[in-house]
Design a protein around this ligand. Structure first.
Ligand SMILES: O=C(O)CCC(=O)C(=O)O
Ligand SMILES: [Fe+2]
Length: 262
């Protein structure tokens, strides 16, 4: 395990995923463009972030259709096929045999808090409840400065383990893992973690973090995926718990499929 990571509960990594990251951002543009074209919003190719922002402002319903497709883009899984990248993650985090906790998450943070809702202070642990050494890998798809929403982390907060905000818990605020800024401040101060293109941020499942606000005119795309360590006794003792639903929505079909193979 990396010494800085062990002490602080997070670490910025220089990685060799620049090529994949650029391709994924390009593919996201294609997905927005295609949905826009076929749903008759705009017939021409989306070229700039502004095109996607306009799509959201003028035709949110169809924007959401595209947004929901991003997480099923096959290209986001190209990151997991990069062996060097995975080896680096294992070395820094000390995770011996990583297995995903759930699907890769995709965020589209647009100016003025539009798109994905900015995440308030929380730990990721509640969301998946995996091995105690589990980690989140946050992958921005462009340079992220403070101005466009650098992630905020409280160094060393992971050392306290699972933190429950009893006030929020009682009020049944969803998501339940939110920690008020007042309680979070007892564990230290947030620092901003700006990243260059190709950098990723690894943090412990117990590190308190929150979204930075995107005050720029551009989109801040990010992916995040999480690894459990199946070579972890505490996880084995909880029968390798997975907090993930796998059911389909329905087997009902309420439209007539067009068959056109002849
Ligand atoms: O990208 C962000 O701003 C925060 C994402 C996050 O914390 C999460 O998805 O758990
Ligand atoms: Fe998070």
């Amino acid at each position: 395990m990396n010494k800085f990571y062990k002490e602080n509960g997070y670490k910025k990594l220089k990685t060799n995923i620049k090529k994949e990251v650029k391709e994924i951002r390009r593919e996201f543009f294609k997905i927005f463009s295609t949905v826009s074209k076929f749903k008759n919003f705009k017939k021409t190719e989306f070229k700039t972030d502004k095109d996607i922002i306009n799509f959201y402002k003028k035709d949110k319903k169809n924007w959401v259709l595209a947004y929901d497709l991003l997480r099923n883009s096959h290209l986001i899984y190209s990151l997991l096929a990069n062996k060097n990248f995975i080896e680096k993650i294992k070395k820094v985090s000390g995770i011996k045999r990583p297995v995903l906790t759930s699907k890769i998450l995709v965020r589209v943070d647009m100016p003025d808090g539009k798109g994905s809702s900015p995440a308030l202070s929380h730990q990721d642990f509640c969301a998946h409840q995996g091995s105690s050494n589990s980690i989140t890998i946050w992958v921005p798809l462009q340079k992220v400065k403070i101005k466009n929403g650098a992630l905020k982390v409280i160094p060393k907060s992971h050392k306290h383990g699972f933190i429950r905000d009893d006030e929020n818990w009682k009020k049944n605020i969803i998501p339940k893992n939110l920690i008020s800024d007042k309680l979070a401040s007892k564990f230290g101060n947030f620092i901003d973690v700006p990243t260059e293109l190709g950098d990723t941020l690894i943090f412990s499942t117990f590190s308190i973090h929150k979204s930075g606000i995107n005050d720029s005119n551009n989109i801040r795309f990010s992916l995040n995926f999480r690894f459990n360590d199946i070579e972890s006794q505490d996880y084995a003792d909880r029968n390798f718990y997975l907090n993930e639903k796998t059911q389909q929505k329905t087997f009902d079909v309420d439209f007539n499929p067009i068959v056109n193979f002849n």
